[in-house]
Design a protein around this ligand. Structure first.
Ligand code: KIV
Length: 273
């Protein structure tokens, strides 16, 4: 059964969230029994081939989230508001969040940061019945301003900013907060201070939930493993090997065999000669 916001907020067991971007991925996630699916704007990196999340548009997010909802009708669905869609005032943010909820069937939206402007948006959305997940620590949408895709919260100023940001998001009405790429001990402190669940990625074991990007979890990209992710499969290698085997068999005229071919009666064929 689909989890509700109060149910997620009061969960005593660790929450499991995974990203998905399309129908098959959503089906895998729902069949595996995750608590939440996130259509992350990591879409830009892992699916659309951009080198950052900044080019991802609201239309991109809606297009992919609709497919995810079709694949996972019974899982709590969170959709990222992409860069620029909640930075031009609360009216625009509200309009964009409503589009996401109405056009995708999402249960909540996620946005990054805890600036006064973002906190205003969180407050307006939450008061108008749109559940909001916050996101502090490393924030890919504005990573350039943060000095690149780096661990945050290592020095006192950055740790304090992260802690205060998470507390402010809760006070503004966020029902949960993602903590990305921060020291495990800071994540533990934030988790102890907040009443709403923290969901970690590269934030240690003490968060109340964890999130992984689908492609990282399944090893869809070969190469070095990211520090903040664990690979539970090597599907990228399997995919490459399978396609190479197919290519070999086509070139050797070993595929298709009789098993993949359709028959025709001799007399029908004879009439065509
Ligand atoms: O876009 C994304 O996939 C995310 C997760 C890493 C939390 O924001």
């Amino acid at each position: 059964m689909k989890r509700s916001v109060p149910d997620l907020m009061n969960a005593s067991e660790p929450l499991v969230m995974v990203t998905a971007y399309d129908y098959p991925g959503a089906r895998h996630a729902e069949a595996a029994g995750v608590d939440l699916i996130l259509v992350g704007d990591s879409l830009g990196n892992v699916v659309l081939g951009y080198d950052s999340t900044a080019p991802v548009t609201l239309d991109d997010m809606i297009h992919h989230a609709r497919a995810v909802r079709r694949g996972a009708p019974n899982t709590f669905l969170v959709v990222d508001l992409p860069f620029g869609t909640y930075h031009t005032g609360v009216t625009d943010a509200m309009r964009n969040a409503v589009r996401v909820i109405q056009q995708t069937g999402a249960d909540a939206v996620k946005l990054e940061g805890a600036t006064p402007e973002v906190l205003d948006v969180v407050g307006v959305l939450a008061r108008n019945g749109i559940p909001v997940m916050g996101h502090v620590g490393l924030m890919p949408q504005t990573a350039t301003a943060q000095g690149g895709l780096k661990v945050q919260g290592r020095d006192e100023a950055s740790a304090r900013r992260t802690l205060e940001g998470a507390l402010a998001l809760e006070a503004a009405g966020a029902f949960s907060v993602v903590l990305e790429a921060i020291p495990a001990r800071l994540a533990r402190l934030i988790t102890e201070r907040l009443h709403v669940p923290t969901i970690g990625i590269g934030a240690g074991v003490h968060c109340r939930g964890q999130v992984l990007v689908y492609h990282d979890l399944l090893g869809l990209y070969e190469g070095e493993e990211k520090k903040l992710a664990k690979r539970y499969a090597e599907l990228g290698k399997e995919a490459r090997e399978a396609i190479a085997a197919y290519a070999r068999e086509v070139r050797a005229r070993e595929f298709p065999t009789k098993d993949q071919s359709f028959v025709m009666k001799d007399d029908v064929l004879g009439k065509l000669y």
